[in-house]
Design a binder for this molecule. Structure first.
Ligand code: PLP
Length: 391
C-alpha cells in the first residue's frame, strides 16, 4: 500500500517541467535549442523594484509580518484595482499571497467542498484542475474551439450548470491561448452567474499584457451583485517580470478573504517582507510604469513577428491572440499527438514547445514569445523545416 495520501496520488506530474529538464540536458550537451516554452518573462525585474527590496533588507524587514500583507501594499493594490480595473475593494478585502498561484489555491480551498463541481473552460492553465482535485472538487471542462477564439459562451455556461456547480474559473488574457474576453462577452457570462448564484474566480494575472488596442475587462467591475460573487486574482509575476518574488493577491468579499487568510496563516504565513517592499515600489515608482510599457511594447512586436512567421509554416494553423505571451498552434495535421510532436520537435528540430495536452488539448502546442526576437524567428523557421520534412 502506498504511504502517500490519495489526494497527492491523484496529482498529474507537470509536463512542462519534463520538457524544461530535457531542454536543459540538451543545452548542457552543447545543442543549440530555441526555447519557446517559457512561462515567464525573459526580462529582468525593473531596477527600482530590486533597489526597494534591498533597502527593505537593510532596514531589517527580515521578520514575520502580518499574514494578509503589509497594510500599505494592501492599500496600493486596492487603489490600483479601482484605478485600472474599476473594481471597488477596501484594503481589508485584499490578501497578499505567495504568487497568484497561492491566491487561487487559497480561494479554492476556502470555497470548494468535496463533491462540488468547478467549471473550467478548456484549454486551461494546468494548475486549475490539480488545485480543484486537492480540494476534493470535480473539474468539469467547457470545451472551446479555435473557431470560437477559445472562448466559452453564456449558453454553453448555462447548459453546464448543475446543482453541484459551485464555481467558474475564468482566465483572460488566457494561458495557453492568449485570448481576451470582450466586455460584452463577460457581461453575458456575468448574467448567467447571477441567475444561478454561482461564484467566479477571475484570474487576471496577464491583464497588462494585451496588444493591438485590446482592453482588459474585470468581470467584478460590472456592479455590486457580480462583485459579491467574484474572486479577482492578480499578481506581479508577469507584468513586472517578478516570477521569483512570489507575489500575488486576491480581492474578494470580506468572508472569503478572511477564510483564505486563515488558510494562509496555517500554511505559509506572510509573503517575505522584502518581496512586498518590491511590490510597493512596483505600484508607486513612476520609473517602473515606463519599464512596464517598454516590456509590453516588446511583447507586442514579438507576437506579431511570431504570428507572421508561423502563418508561413505548412500544415499548422493558429489563431491571432491578443494577450499574454503565447500562441496556441494547431498541429493536428502532423498526425502526431502533442507530446510526441514536442518530443520530436525538441530532439530533431531543436525547438522547445509545450504539448497542448498539458492544457487539455492534444491537437495543439503552446509557443511562448517570452524569448528574444532572434530565437523566435529561428525557432519558427526550424518548426517550418520540421513540418516540411514530415510531408
Ligand atoms: N495564473 C495563470 C494563468 C498563470 O499562467 C500563472 C503562472 O504561470 C499563474 C496564475 C500564477 O503565477 P504566479 O504564482 O507566479 O503569480
Amino acid at each position: 500500500m502506498s504511504r502517500l495520501s490519495s489526494r497527492v496520488r491523484s496529482l498529474t506530474p507537470s509536463l512542462t517541467l519534463a520538457i524544461a529538464a530535457r531542454t536543459k540536458a540538451l543545452k548542457a550537451g552543447g545543442v543549440d535549442i530555441c526555447n519557446l516554452s517559457a512561462g515567464e518573462p525573459d526580462f529582468d525585474t525593473p531596477a527600482p523594484i530590486r533597489e526597494a527590496a534591498k533597502a527593505a533588507l537593510d532596514r531589517g524587514e527580515t521578520r514575520y509580518g502580518p499574514v494578509a500583507g503589509q497594510p500599505l501594499l494592501r492599500e496600493l493594490i486596492a487603489q490600483k484595482l479601482e484605478r485600472d480595473n474599476g473594481l471597488v475593494y477596501s484594503p481589508e478585502q485584499i490578501l497578499v499571497t505567495n504568487g497568484g498561484k497561492q491566491a487561487i489555491f487559497n480561494a479554492v480551498m476556502a470555497l470548494v467542498e468535496p463533491g462540488d463541481a468547478v467549471l473550467i473552460p478548456s484549454p486551461y492553465w494546468l494548475s486549475y484542475p490539480e488545485i480543484v482535485a486537492l480540494a476534493g472538487g470535480t473539474s468539469l471542462f467547457l470545451p472551446t474551439t479555435e473557431g470560437a477564439d477559445f472562448k466559452i459562451t453564456a449558453d454553453q455556461l448555462e447548459a453546464a450548470i448543475t446543482p453541484r456547480t459551485r464555481l467558474l474559473v475564468l482566465n483572460s488574457p488566457s494561458n495557453p491561448t492568449g485570448m481576451v474576453y470582450s466586455r460584452a462577452e463577460l457581461e453575458a457570462l456575468a448574467a448567467v452567474i447571477l441567475r444561478h448564484d454561482l461564484l467566479v474566480l477571475s484570474d487576471e494575472i496577464y491583464e497588462k499584457l494585451v496588444y493591438d488596442g485590446t482592453t482588459h475587462h474585470s468581470i467584478g467591475s460590472f456592479g455590486p451583485e457580480i462583485a459579491a460573487r467574484t474572486i479577482t486574482v492578480g499578481g506581479f509575476s508577469k507584468a513586472f517580470a517578478m516570477t521569483g518574488w512570489r507575489l500575488g493577491y486576491l480581492a474578494a468579499p470580506p468572508e472569503i478573504v478572511k477564510a483564505a487568510a486563515a488558510i494562509q496563516s496555517h500554511s505559509t504565513s506572510n509573503v517575505a517582507l522584502y518581496s512586498q517592499a518590491g511590490a510597493i515600489a512596483a505600484l508607486q515608482d513612476e520609473r517602473v510604469a515606463g519599464e512596464v510599457q517598454r516590456m509590453v511594447a516588446t511583447f507586442a512586436e514579438r507576437r506579431t513577428a511570431m504570428y507572421r512567421a508561423l502563418s508561413r509554416v505548412p500544415d499548422i494553423t493558429c489563431a491571432a491572440a491578443q494577450g499574454a505571451f503565447y500562441l496556441f498552434a494547431d498541429i493536428a495535421e502532423s498526425g502526431l499527438d502533442s507530446t510526441r510532436f514536442c518530443e520530436k520537435l525538441l530532439e530533431e528540430g531543436h525547438v522547445a514547445a509545450v504539448p497542448g495536452i498539458a492544457f487539455g488539448s492534444d491537437a495543439h502546442i503552446r509557443l511562448s514569445y517570452a524569448a528574444d526576437r532572434t530565437t523566435i524567428l529561428k525557432g519558427i523557421e526550424r518548426l517550418g523545416q520540421f513540418m516540411a520534412q514530415r510531408r
